[in-house]
Ligand binder design. Structure first.
Ligand SMILES: *Cc1c(COP(=O)(O)O)cnc(C)c1O
Length: 242
């Protein structure tokens, strides 16, 4: 089979899985977005996904993402047609390049990072590098392990206020990755409770980015509005990837 046929068939399978998960959870499939994650894969795969109807893509590493998005923009659709999501761990020294391509960041997790993003987006708009504010999700740490990123639940409300008051950012919701060796269903249940709590004070933060290839059903059962899918669409990545 050609790469295009492989990806088309994988895309159908993922959509079927997602539909089944929504049915099982009594949810409308239109309420759960599927974000293809293209990290480690070439821009030719992004083109194939685009031709198959995908309009949003997730990337997680610099400078790979900057290079790929620039390539896609010279050969592909107009930038207004496609939205790029930064879903990986974000260091402050990468923020300047990330705001050149990202429409959404899923992984904001500290006040210093939020302030840096806000300032960099303002600069980029001023310089004509981008036209829109940045949509921001806060990554929640469900086990408070600082090595894996995410804001501890106890600090979430204060950080949410900070994003909401940042002039160049739109606060959209939460993201999480289940802790290593955890039961994903329990982790997503905990995340759903944290999200419900947050919605009481930040009613516009409706997005919940949760679920990947291995655990999307559990995430959908607990309110995910966006599953981030790499392996099931494009195949396995090198072992050292994260
Ligand atoms: C790579 C990555 C994914 C995709 O994971 P798969 O298991 O390949 O579907 C999702 N979320 C984040 C944050 C990632 O870095």
């Amino acid at each position: 089979m050609s790469r295009r046929e492989d990806i088309a068939s994988a895309l159908r399978s993922v959509r079927d899985r997602l539909d089944a998960a929504c049915r099982a959870a009594g949810r409308d499939p239109a309420a759960v977005a599927m974000l293809p994650v293209t990290k480690f894969f070439p821009v030719s795969d992004v083109h194939i996904l685009y031709e198959l109807g995908c309009r949003e893509f997730g990337e997680s590493r610099e400078p790979e993402a900057s290079t790929k998005v620039a390539e896609f923009r010279t050969t592909g659709a107009s930038p207004d047609e496609v939205r790029w999501h930064m879903i990986g761990r974000l260091q402050r020294n990468k923020v300047k390049s990330v705001v050149r391509w990202a429409d959404v960041v899923h992984s904001a997790d500290s006040s210093r990072l939020v302030d840096t993003l806000d300032a960099a987006v303002a600069d980029s708009i001023e310089a004509g590098g981008r036209t829109r504010r940045l949509d921001v999700l806060l990554q929640v740490s469900l086990d408070a392990d600082p090595a894996r990123g995410g804001v501890p639940v106890a600090e979430l409300a204060a950080l949410a206020d900070r994003v909401e008051s940042a002039p160049s950012l739109n606060f959209r919701g939460l993201m999480a990755v289940p802790p290593l060796d955890s039961d994903p269903a329990r982790a997503f249940e905990q995340l759903a409770a944290v999200h419900a709590d947050l919605l009481r004070t930040h009613p516009r933060a409706t997005e919940l980015s949760a679920g990947m290839t291995g655990d999307l059903e559990a995430a959908v059962a607990h309110g995910s509005t966006c599953v981030r899918v790499g392996t099931a669409l494009l195949g396995s990545r090198p072992i050292a990837s994260k």
